[in-house]
Write a protein that binds this ligand. Structure first.
Ligand code: C5P
Length: 237
């Protein structure tokens, strides 16, 4: 494949056309933002870590029956993916209380959530990704009722598969964010990325945070945490 025109540049990735209209190249950047881009920085090596970790996890999910946009790795920070129309919903899955959930409801971080909590946010930088419920998502025509049901089922499947996988690597999957897209035929595909940028991952022994919270909260050891996640996720790849 040839990398063509830059179609889109986001906070953490660039998307390029290819000679094939149904294939795109995604390039992962080292740039990091938090709190709706109010905090900005660079995490050295993040692009390579996130691309490699995400590729591995999407491969696992595909094998477990979750359709994804991922096709193949092109270079350490570039992937070939299927073109999709992104559904403007961030699908947040919470297995343990943390972050904005812990703050909003006044519960301690690390408390187990039964059942696992699924939240939708409207993907809009201008509005700061506001949370919404099913009725709001339907009234705003962001997805159909069938799509919302399918997104919920797929997101919970991802939680099961990745929760078990990370546990086998000594990591507790606390919460994470997914994005989905529609393939040309309407099929829902898992898109975007799954990485320490989009998951909270805590060491199961020490409780140490090995994810973007180190950047958000100025905890130090940011690069080291990303490298450690890559080491554990990729050790037998
Ligand atoms: O900040 P909050 O607790 O709502 O985040 C929940 C989960 O979703 C975290 O794993 C966080 O990394 C992820 N997230 C994300 N992108 C956003 C918002 C949250 O990846 N825009």
């Amino acid at each position: 494949v040839r990398r063509g025109a830059l179609l889109y540049e986001g906070k953490a990735k660039q998307v390029y056309a290819t000679e094939h209209p149904e294939r795109l190249v995604v390039a992962f950047k080292d740039d990091a933002t938090a709190f709706n881009a109010q905090k900005r920085g660079v995490i050295a090596g993040k692009g390579e870590v996130n691309s490699a970790v995400s590729a591995r996890l999407f491969g696992l999910l595909e094998a477990a029956g979750v359709p994804t946009h991922f096709l193949k790795t092109l270079s350490p920070r570039e992937q070939l993916v299927r073109a999709v129309q992104i559904i403007p919903l961030e699908v947040v899955v919470r297995r343990f209380a943390a972050g904005s959930f812990a703050a909003r409801y006044g519960v301690a971080e690390g408390e187990v959530l039964e059942p696992t909590v699924l939240e939708w946010c409207y993907k809009s930088d201008a509005l700061g990704d506001p949370p919404l419920n099913d009725d709001t998502a339907l009234a705003l025509k962001l997805a159909t009722p069938d799509e919302l049901r399918a997104l919920r089922r797929l997101a919970l499947k991802v939680s099961e598969v990745l929760g078990d996988f990370f546990a086998s690597r000594g990591l507790e999957l606390i919460d994470f964010k997914l994005e989905f897209g529609r393939a040309p035929g309407g099929e829902l595909l898992l898109a975007d990325e799954i990485s320490p940028d989009t998951c909270r991952l805590w060491d199961r022994q020490s409780g140490e945070r090995l994810d973007k919270d180190r950047f958000r909260r100025d905890l130090g050891g940011v690069e080291e945490a990303y490298q450690e996640v890559a080491r554990r996720v990729l050790e037998d790849a």
